[in-house]
Write a protein that binds this ligand. Structure first.
Ligand SMILES: Cc1cc2nc3c(=O)[nH]c(=O)nc-3n(C[C@H](O)[C@H](O)[C@H](O)COP(=O)(O)OP(=O)(O)OC[C@H]3O[C@@H](n4cnc5c(N)ncnc54)[C@H](O)[C@@H]3O)c2cc1C
Length: 415
């Protein structure tokens, strides 16, 4: 880590005791502790990945992954909600890079630039921006399908639709919302809007009763004829897809910081298991519980799974942040389709080991093992399951090979 990264990490370290102290109760109540917003804001962390010239701390994906990892050891729900706020920065940084790369026409640049800078300065000013992309409408072809529509009105846009999941529902100051412009049927029509939390027509969906990650306020919203003024929208056709071409990873990038949050959770339940099983002793032999053959096997497997998660995560971080880049974007994408599943499955196995090592007395809804098992189960389904990533990679690998098979015949074959 550089000195600047270390300084930013110290800010994260400083909030961990408060996150840790509130985690169990927040999980029990399935409620995001709203005082965490002020805590993270006062620490300057809402601007963690915003460049200093826009008032932020100037962190990169390395800082974000380190932060969600560290927060994941204390309160995985807060880590995840914090991730989604930070990924909003991509809607500022990537459009600015696309302008720089000459992807926008002269008359589009002021609109795109003004929106992008607004995203970044608001974050740096301590405004919480939830990120609402996911919807319950599904298509076979895509991970995320946007059915929410934006219709042009005098001076702005009218939004109509429903967002199925979104951390910090009812907590964030704005919901940074994706919608498709009326009349467009492709991703070129995707647009982004600042939807104020209390805007007329915005309502919270039924409370989300998740299995794990329960304190993320992940309810989602309905948008019923919500008016958003022109200057709170980035509705330039093609802007979204141009922005995506600038990311180093899949989608808008940053996704590995979600896996880092889950890895932090896995490290914590691992540490707790080692601490408990080495402290408690057998009444007859006086040896620690951890010395039993069963615990030795479980701890060995947990260690292997934890190291597996770190290896995939560290490699992904390296290929998404190394300067100069040493992998083409397609390879970074393919690696992530495998890596997301590999990390989250390995983390879940750590919790499963902890669950077995703790026995019936630790098999409770609360407590470190019970909570980690539930929280880490969410990693298995979130975004896409491991199997889906592997299928995509299998297709990429085999299609590449099949294409190689179409080659020109040697001259003698034509005789
Ligand atoms: C704790 C938590 C917090 C989240 N926070 C946010 C957030 O802040 N913002 C946000 O935008 N999203 C958020 N999400 C949403 C998340 O990324 C979703 O997992 C994502 O939208 C995909 O939903 P899904 O397909 O897993 O689930 P569902 O929408 O429930 O899908 C139902 C079923 O359809 C299957 N399916 C869907 N599409 C396909 C396909 N193309 N091919 C095959 N099967 C398919 C799924 O595997 C699943 O079996 C959050 C999720 C979780 C768990």
């Amino acid at each position: 880590m550089t000195d600047a990264e270390r300084e930013r990490a110290q800010r994260v370290d400083a909030v961990l005791p408060t996150l840790r102290a509130a985690a169990e109760e927040a999980d029990r109540l399935a409620a995001f502790p709203t005082t965490h917003v002020g805590l993270l804001r006062d620490a300057g962390l809402l601007g963690l990945v915003v460049p200093e010239k826009f008032g932020g701390l100037g962190g990169t994906l390395r800082d974000l992954a380190a932060a969600t990892y560290a927060m994941g050891t204390a309160c995985p729900s807060t880590a995840l909600a914090f991730f989604f706020h930070n990924t909003s920065a991509s809607r500022g940084l990537l459009p600015l890079e696309a302008i720089e790369a000459g992807l926008f026409a002269d008359d589009e640049i002021p609109i795109v630039q003004s929106f992008a800078e607004k995203v970044l300065t608001r974050m740096a000013d301590g405004v919480w921006l939830a990120n609402f992309a996911s919807e319950s409408v599904k298509t076979a072809a895509a991970n995320i399908t946007i059915a929410t529509t934006a219709r042009k009105a005098d001076g702005g846009w009218i939004l109509q639709g429903e967002k199925s999941f979104g951390c910090a529902t009812g907590v964030a100051d704005y919901y940074l919302t994706s919608a498709k412009l009326a009349g467009y049927e492709t991703a070129a029509g995707l647009a982004t809007f600042f939807v104020p939390r209390d805007a007329p027509g915005v309502s919270v969906r039924a409370p989300w009763d998740g299995l794990g990650m329960r304190a993320t306020a992940n309810n989602g919203i309905r948008l019923d004829q919500v008016f958003i003024p022109d200057d709170e929208a980035m509705a330039v056709p093609g802007a979204f897809t141009k922005m995506l071409t600038m990311s180093r990873g899949s989608f808008v990038g940053n996704q590995l910081a979600i896996a880092a949050a889950y890895t932090g959770c896995a490290q914590h339940v691992y540490d707790e298991t080692i601490a408990v099983t080495t402290a408690k002793t057998f009444a007859d032999t006086g040896e620690p519980i951890s010395s039993s053959p069963v615990h030795q096997v479980l701890i060995g497997e947990m260690t292997r799974h934890l190291q597996t998660a770190y290896l995939w995560l560290r490699y992904q971080l390296t290929i998404e942040t190394a300067e100069p880049p040493f992998k083409p974007k397609q390879d970074v994408f393919t690696q992530w389709r495998l890596g997301k599943g590999a990390v989250t499955e390995a983390c879940f196995q750590v919790a499963l080991g902890a669950f077995k090592a703790g026995g019936t007395s630790a098999a409770a809804m609360s407590g470190v093992a019970g909570r980690a098992l539930r929280d880490l189960a969410m990693g298995l389904v979130m975004t896409f399951p491991a199997e889906r990533g592997m299928l995509e990679v299998a297709r990429i690998v085999t299609e590449a090979k099949a294409n190689e098979l179409f080659t020109t015949a040697p001259t003698e074959a034509a005789r």
